[in-house]
Every structure is written in C-alpha cells, then in structure tokens.
Design a protein around this ligand. Structure first.
Ligand SMILES: NC(=O)c1ccc[n+]([C@@H]2O[C@H](COP(=O)([O-])OP(=O)(O)OC[C@H]3O[C@@H](n4cnc5c(N)ncnc54)[C@H](OP(=O)(O)O)[C@@H]3O)[C@@H](O)[C@H]2O)c1
Length: 321
C-alpha cells in the first residue's frame, strides 16, 4: 500500500507526541506544524517519517499548504486559558481554526478529519468560554464538512499520562505548599482517561470508515472527584498535606484572583468548566473495543518514587547527605 500522509495540528503537545509515535509505527508520513520547531523537536524526539514545519496555522494560505496532498488531517490544537476574558481567544483558537481547517481540507480534497473536542462541549449552553468554543468547533465540522470530508469527533474527560498537565500540576503544587492545599470545586467529577487509550481511539478511527460521522466520548473506568484525584497524587508522592475543599464562593474568589496571576494557573473560565461533571454518558472506548486503564494503575509509573521527579528527588537527597 502507498504511504499515507497526515497533518497533525497540535502534534507537538501532550497527546500529539504520543499520537505521532503511534502514527509513525503504523507507517504514516506525518507533518506537524508548530510555532516553535526547536521546542517541538525536543518533545517529539527522532521520528524519521515526521516533518516539523514552523507555521502560523491561523494563516489560511499556510493552512491550505499544510493540508495539500494529505490523506487525513488531525486537529489537536487547544488552549485552557485565553489572554483576555471575553472568549474571543478561545473562539479564535477553537472555532475559527476549525472553520479554517474545514476550508483547507475542501480546497486540498482531504477526505478524513479527526477533531479533538472535550466532554460537555456545547456551542449554546457550554458552561465556559472553553466549552462553548469547543462546541462551536464541533458544529462547524458537522455542518460544513459536507459529504466529501468524513469527520470523527472525540470528547475526552481529563487525560493523564507522563507529561500531562493535570496530575503533574497537582503534584507540583503539593510538593510546593507546606501543609494545606485549598482546592476549588473539590466535588467536580472526572473519569480520567489514559493518553494511550485516547491514542488508540484515534488510530482505530483512522483505520475504520465506520467511525466517520461519529462522536466518541472518551473516559477511563473510574469516576473520581477532584479531591479523590488530588489525594491519590498526594498519597503516591508520600506527602503529608491536608487537602481542604473550598466552598463555591471561595472557589470563585480563588479563580478571580488567579485570573490576574501571570500564566493563569487557574481562572474564572476554568472554574466554570468545573461546574459540570466531566464524565461519559456512553463511553466511546467501549464502542471502539478498547478497555480503558485506570489512573490508579498508571499514575505510579510517572509520578512519585518510580517517576522521573521521584528519581531526581532521591538523587538530590543522596547528593546533599
Ligand atoms: N489534556 C487533557 O486533559 C485534555 C482533556 C480534554 C480535551 N483536551 C483537548 O485535547 C487537545 C490536546 O490536548 P493536549 O493536552 O495535548 O494539549 P497541549 O499539550 O497544550 O498541546 C496543544 C498544542 O496546540 C498548539 N497550540 C497551543 N496554542 C497555540 C496557538 N496559540 N497557536 C497555534 N498552536 C497552538 C501547540 O503547538 P505549538 O506550541 O507547537 O505551536 C500544542 O502542540 C486539545 O484540543 C485539548 O483541548 C485535552
């Protein structure tokens, strides 16, 4: 069979790096556009069949060139926070980009598009700018793709694995704070899904035409509150820290303060996303024949004593003795 080619937008990110490794293993020729080729090269490592291209993906001409001659396009680009607070940053990154990708796919006659969305994405009733803009992107793809561009949409809960932004963020916070972690929206529910299960779902979709026109929610086997997850991380790290759940008013205040902290470690928009549980009504992994792995089974491999941070901490301790 002739080599198939795919453009992976967001291929340099947490999910993208794993997906690119799996695509390469299946013989795909991969193009990854990035704002920072040197940084992306470090994250992706050596993949002979992968080309990194410095590109502004919001430039329609550039996007058209990236989609040219591809058998498939995968969109993993996403942001959790915008610079301002009016939602325009989210709309540009999620909805406008989706419209640009659909247009570029039509122009280049690409007939397969995989779109990464999120659970609770809803253009009209989404709880946050993030979720509304993800919903707008989905609506554009459903309504504007037409019969020649076969799409599949994925809606994961929070994704975990080495290098994730979720477990690692709480691990960092827990290590940093002396005694007590005040936690916003402690009762928010998640069904954390392993990054390799998400990758398997994308690979399955690429290989199976029956997934075209389908939306797959992606969840792990366990429904956990945010407090459950943070306590699991704390226990794995072996840290004596109290995790104090904040009431709603205090969670909102914490978010409002963090809106003005550089890098927005937490934001009012994040707070709003946490007001809806991120759990599946029907797990798409089961529909795809994938048995999901639990956070409790995988997390010890990458944080705590067995993870890189744990190893570094042990080296530091032994060096200072
Ligand atoms: N991780 C999760 O728990 C989770 C849960 C639900 C949904 N999702 C969705 O899954 C997708 C992948 O998530 P991820 O965790 O892998 O994200 P990530 O690590 O933050 O990677 C996102 C990618 O988007 C690109 N990007 C970010 N800002 C950009 C900008 N302003 N212009 C152009 N490109 C930009 C980055 O590429 P460069 O920096 O190389 O340009 C990066 O490779 C996202 O759409 C996210 O919303 C993630």
């Amino acid at each position: 069979m002739a080599t198939r080619s795919v453009c992976v937008l967001g291929g340099s990110g947490f999910v993208g790096t794993r997906l690119c490794a799996a695509l390469a293993q299946e013989g795909w020729r991969i193009t990854v556009p990035t704002r920072n080729p040197a940084g992306a090269a470090r994250k992706l490592g050596m993949i002979p069949s992968l080309s990194l291209v410095g590109a502004d993906i919001h430039d329609p001409g550039r996007l058209a060139g990236l989609c040219d001659r591809q058998h498939a396009v995968i969109n993993l680009v996403g942001i959790l926070n915008e610079r301002g607070r009016d939602g325009s940053g989210f709309r540009r990154m999620h909805a406008d980009l989706a419209a640009g990708i659909v247009g570029a796919c039509h122009g280049a006659r690409v007939d397969r598009l995989l779109q990464m969305s999120a659970l609770n994405a809803d253009a009209d009733h989404g709880a946050s700018h993030y979720l509304r803009s993800k919903g707008m992107a989905e609506r554009i793809i459903r309504n504007e793709s037409g019969p020649d561009l076969r799409w599949t949409i994925f809606q994961p809960s929070v994704i975990f694995g080495p290098g994730d932004g979720f477990v690692n963020r709480f691990a960092g916070l827990l290590r940093m704070i002396p005694a007590v972690l005040p936690l916003a929206r402690p009762g928010a529910r998640f069904a954390p899904v392993w990054v390799e299960d998400v990758v398997a779902a994308f690979m399955h979709a690429l290989a199976n035409d029956a997934t075209a026109g389908e939306v797959y929610q992606l969840c792990g086997p366990d429904r956990l509150t945010l407090r459950d997850i943070v306590c699991m991380v704390r226990d794995e790290l072996g840290l004596a820290r109290a995790v104090i759940g904040l009431p709603n008013w205090a969670s909102r205040m914490q978010a409002a303060v963090c809106d003005f902290v550089p890098g927005k470690p937490f934001s009012t928009d994040n707070y709003r996303s946490l007001t809806v549980d991120s759990v599946c009504s029907v797990n798409g992994l089961a529909r795809l024949g994938i048995r999901p792995q639990a956070l409790s089974a995988i997390m010890p491999r990458y944080i705590g004593d067995k993870g890189t941070a744990g190893r570094l901490s042990r080296y530091r301790q032994s060096a200072s003795r």
